[in-house]
Design a binder for this molecule. Structure first.
Ligand code: GRF
Length: 216
């Protein structure tokens, strides 16, 4: 069966890209990473694509006169490679309504918090400031408003008493690397439906155990 032809859009390090590449190389994966696009020349993630033998393109936003012309170039490239689905992985550009509509339900994002808490940047700093005992990550469909859209997968990560933003980022990233491939594969397997802007995944398993932080 043909695999879902997926592009990953990045701006930097590309650790989520690597997790998606690794998963998609396994036989079980129903998605394949066919293209990587970076809006930043020299982004570290581009090397990860090259090492995996995946085509990459650099489309620098600052070479375009406005957002629309940049996004037209993105769509032209995506269409040129026959891309069916997009994963945003640390892609640091806000997308216009027109682009999001063009890729409706065909574009997902990963965010380092339990949405709808801590939308935007500096999520770990803010979670620590608020003193919440759990944070985590969210994979969601992209909608016009930033960091909204039907939620596909979330993972909860406990905040430890000696955490700082770096240590928390590190543990949340480990969760991200599990959640992103899981979400993409559920979609590629056609197991995800959206009803009234909520994701339904029939027959999916959920952890049955309640856990608190702290535990005693
Ligand atoms: C991740 O924390 C992701 O949740 C956020 O940007 C970061 C990208 O990291 N959207 P990487 O480039 O995947 O390592």
């Amino acid at each position: 069966m043909a695999k879902l032809k997926t592009a990953v859009l990045i701006s930097g390090r590309g650790s989520n890209l690597q997790a998606l590449i690794d998963y998609c190389q396994s036989e079980n994966s129903r998605a394949q990473i066919s293209l990587v696009i970076s809006n930043v020349k020299g982004a570290a993630g581009l090397e990860k694509a090259t090492e995996a033998g995946i085509i990459s393109e650099v489309i620098e936003h600052n070479l375009f006169k406005n957002r629309n012309s940049f996004e037209n170039a993105l769509t032209e490239t995506l269409d040129g490679y026959g891309i069916e689905f997009i994963c945003l992985a640390g892609f640091m550009r806000i997308l216009t309504d027109a682009f999001v509509k063009r890729w409706h339900n065909k574009i997902i994002n990963i965010h380092p918090s339990l949405l709808p808490s801590f939308k935007g940047l500096k999520t770990h700093e803010r979670a620590l400031q608020e003193g919440v005992k759990f944070t985590g990550c969210t994979v969601h469909f992209v909608r016009e408003e930033m960091d909204t859209g039907p939620i596909i997968v979330q993972a909860a990560v406990p905040i430890l008493s000696d955490d700082d933003p770096k240590s928390l980022e590190h543990r949340v990233l480990l969760a991200e690397h599990r959640c992103y491939p899981l979400a993409l594969n559920l979609i590629a397997e056609n197991r995800v439906t959206i009803i009234n802007e909520k994701v339904s995944i029939p027959n999916s398993k959920a952890p049955g155990v309640f856990f608190s932080n702290p535990i005693e």
